[in-house]
Design a protein around this ligand. Sequence first.
Ligand code: FAD
Ligand code: NAP
Length: 503
Amino acid sequence: MLLHNLGRLSRARLLSGGAGALWHVAVVGSGPAGFYTADQLLKGDPDVHVDIYERLPVPFGLVRYGVAPDHQDVKNVTERFCQIAGHERCSLLANVRVGADDPEGAAHAASRPATIGLDSLSSHYHAVVLAYGADADRPLGLPGEELGGVYSAREFVEWYNGHPSAAGRSFGLGACETAVVVGNGNVALDCARVLCATPEQLVGGTDIAAQAAAELAGSAVRRVVVLGRRGVLQAAFTIKELRELSKLNGSTTRLLAPADAFGAAVIEAAAAERPRKRVVDLMAKLANGDDGLPPPPPRAPARREIRIEMQRSPVGFIGGPSIDDGGPRVSAVRLKCMGLEGLPGSSQRAKPIEGTEYEVPCGLALRAVGYRSTPIEGAPFDAARGVVPNAGGRVDGRSGLYVVGWLKRGPSGVILANVTDAAETAAALLADRAGGGLGFGGDGGPAVRVELAQQGAPVLGFGEWRRIDAEELRRGAASGKVREKLVAVDEMIEVAAAPGHRA
Ligand code: FAD
Ligand code: NAP
């Protein structure tokens, strides 16, 4: 029973022991970094068994809960992850949180995941790889940030992607004409695109969460203002995403930048790097000049308008009346114009220009200024850099502990960046094993299951994910979408437990 999650071959080898017997690695986190590391380990050693731990009942990390619902081509990478999870020497243990008990989970005791401390996990494995990503926010630290209507992009993204923590959330879009998005990365553009997309664009061929699709369909948003604190050479978004935004049917994308934003020195610096040149060329096409004065007061445009404002930084959020007695709600963002210091290039810094403050009235403000990793008890953490300190994936001062992905490098880089990163971490681990540097480990997942069973929360394997997947695809087909995600943890667990479940 305890071994039910192992393949036939693994079961036989585990029980045989001795030379060539399996050794065990736990990977904490089932996002791209975790899966690519498992893949490298499985390919690199025929005797390793990899258990992937995931705190949610479902796998895939930000591919499921970050990548936008209209980017199904990107989400298709999960097919590769399913092949890895289906490997006879790989097991998924979902609904298991590694680390101290989740304080947020206390309010939902019935749907809490099982938990296991890192030290306890380490005692069952030859090695542990931390791949738990970055699922907290970076605050701006500005006055008024606590107002209703001011959210992190993470909260908004999780909502439209059907994350369990966003169940029942509302962004008040029915009463909001202007939304401001702070930040100039691809997450900011994802948020702007979703806010401006038509219901047809949002539903057909997507897996947007039903609650979000319904609220967005009744949205009163006419304008989205995207703020970049630096200049056109430093925008963090990429050409594909900017082009997609500029071509969004039903919306107009304009760029507002200081008059000298596209000067000769800037164009020359952009030309030195092809991807940058393409972004700057498109930005120049979208630009309609800026006389240095605050933009004219908003009028309600017939089409939705996306306005990317460069060299603008928020200095605070202004409160207005509450909606539905929910406390004071944001009514405007106060901005300052920014100059640039240094030679034209990616490292130029933004510098406030005194006396240039103005307000943009809005009913929603999203901080899209990056995600943030948090520490886990039992592992070192560099709070300044927001990473687990490491050398090539080996965690500083902790034999048998490794790190990969956003937790290793910081919260940036696309899915494919995790392939080379995982190769480095897996190579370090396999070299340590070959050199006899890993201590004796326990039996891995089966032994851990004994410890977890006492907690009562079900541990979900890959077979259970297949049931949830099938149910989501079935519901999606019925509602004209690729997938209708289950949002509530209780429902995921119920579907996982009941083969042939029909809602
Ligand atoms: P994650 O994907 O975050 O995976 C970490 C996993 O660990 C999660 O499943 C989490 O639930 C789990 N976990 C967390 N804590 C614990 C714990 N204590 N115990 C057990 N499990 C735990 N890249 C692209 O190439 N294309 C895109 O279109 C794209 N869109 C993106 C959109 C957004 C909004 C964001 C934020 C990123 C996007 N990316 C995109 C980047 C891509 O998602 C990342 O490169 C990648 O997901 C990072 O992988 P990771 O495995 O390090 O982290
Ligand atoms: P990001 O690319 O690092 O962008 C963060 C943005 O926030 C930057 O423009 C940054 O400006 C700005 N910022 C930071 N602090 C700020 C502050 N205090 N005030 C104002 N602005 C501030 O992060 P992200 O958008 O979260 O994306 C994370 C990663 O996921 C990226 O690698 C991204 O490419 C990837 N991703 C990819 C896709 C896709 O491929 N379609 C979609 C989404 C995300 P400065 O540069 O001035 O600091």
